[in-house]
Design a protein around this ligand. Structure first.
Ligand code: KG4
Ligand code: ZN
Length: 348
């Protein structure tokens, strides 16, 4: 695919990462992520602390990005920024900064949907881009979606979560057993030496292509209520074997739910070109399951490097490149939309 070499400064501040990138077409010149560690002690993102941290991070991150990219400021064609969905205060910091910068330099400011940006990250180098149409499974701490992608601007939401996101399910279950936030990577780590058949967590069964993860959290709560009073050291005995087995069983349950719906989407659409996005795409069990489908059913799998899967500004930048080329421009009085409807990613 021919991607024009527009130079875009981009800002992502939808949750707890302040990220600034500069891309030249599909080439990432720099992609800096200032991660906010302050939330760890609270076991989840605290919105007010996140927006304050964005305020202190944004200027130094912009300065560093421009320095690292090795370009002149007057070479920047436009500023792209996440305008939703996300946390209201966090979005406000990035969008206000982006629009002010663009206004002062007399260049366009381009508002970008975060979920669409996760998908278009697949068009950044170095990996080969997916071929249209493809299916994208976006699995993060805030979202779980299966989208049919016909072009950079034509996307159709096939399935979404009715309650918690997949990453949120990992994080909430991890918190219940006293693991730090974010719990997903820790569950993945302990699961690697655990027995996934030791315990059975079946999750909720939902018709069609939508997901539901809240039932799993309830099942885990009931499990703990049954076990812990008579065995308070359950997770500490046997050199942590119970914790490893528990993590492997929970992980299998979440990934089975994701794979079941993805297989159904492939069956319904006949599309075997599959892209994966979002932080949960780092999960070993999910990656193994996808590799297996590649082998058994000829799926073509696209998983970008982790730095482009998790929240980052380069994905906002490449979306800005496509929109700038198509004449997409924002207004100075655009306001971010924390609940930007999921279907806004579809231009149908
Ligand atoms: O995309 P992301 O960085 O941020 C957003 O939520 O938008 O995703 C973060 C999520 C967290 O819920 C985290 O627990 C999960 O991704 N995650 C994982 C793994 N690495 C990160 N979940 C399962 N296994 C992992 N290896
Ligand atoms: Zn995200």
């Amino acid at each position: 695919m021919n991607i024009p070499p527009h130079i875009i400064l981009s800002i992502e501040s939808s949750c707890d990462d302040t990220s600034v990138s500069i891309v030249r077409g599909s080439e990432v010149l720099t992609n800096i992520v200032a991660t906010q560690s302050i939330h760890t002690e609270f076991g989840g993102v605290v919105p007010e602390l996140a927006s304050r941290a964005h305020q202190s991070n944004i200027v130094p991150t912009i300065i560093l990005a421009i320095k690292e990219a090795g370009i002149r400021v007057d070479e920047i064609d436009a500023v792209a920024y996440t305008n939703g969905p996300g946390l209201s205060g966090s979005l406000l910091v990035g969008s206000s900064f982006a629009k002010s910068w663009a206004w002062s330099k007399q260049i366009p400011a381009i508002p970008v949907n975060h979920m669409r940006a996760h998908i278009l990250a697949h068009f950044l180098k170095p990996d080969p881009s997916p071929v249209f149409p493809f299916l994208c499974l976006t699995v993060s701490g805030g979202h779980t979606q299966i989208v049919r992608v016909n072009s950079p601007s034509e996307m159709l939401l096939l399935g979404t979560t009715l309650d918690d996101a997949a990453g949120e399910a990992f994080d909430k279950v991890a918190k219940l057993v006293g693991l730090d936030y974010p719990g997903g990577p820790l569950i993945d780590k302990y699961a690697s030496v655990g027995d996934s058949n030791a315990f059975v967590f079946s999750g909720s069964k939902i018709e069609g292509l939508n997901f539901s993860f809240s039932g799993l959290k309830t099942q885990v709560l009931r499990f703990l209520e049954k076990i812990m009073p008579s065995n308070p050291n359950f997770f500490n005995v046997n050199n942590g074997k119970n914790l490893n087995d528990f993590c492997a069983s929970v992980q299998l349950s979440i990934i089975s739910m994701l794979m079941e719906k993805l297989c159904l989407a492939v069956e319904h659409t006949g599309i075997k070109e599959i892209a994966i996005a979002g932080g949960v795409s780092a999960n070993t069990c999910l990656r193994d399951a996808l590799k297996q489908k590649e082998k058994d059913d000829n799926w073509v799998i696209h998983i970008p490097p982790l730095s482009l899967c998790t929240d980052n500004a380069a994905m906002v930048g490449i979306t800005g490149v496509f929109d700038f080329e198509e004449g997409g421009r924002g207004e100075l009085n655009d306001v971010p939309s924390p609940r930007l409807p999921d279907l806004n990613i579809a231009c149908l």
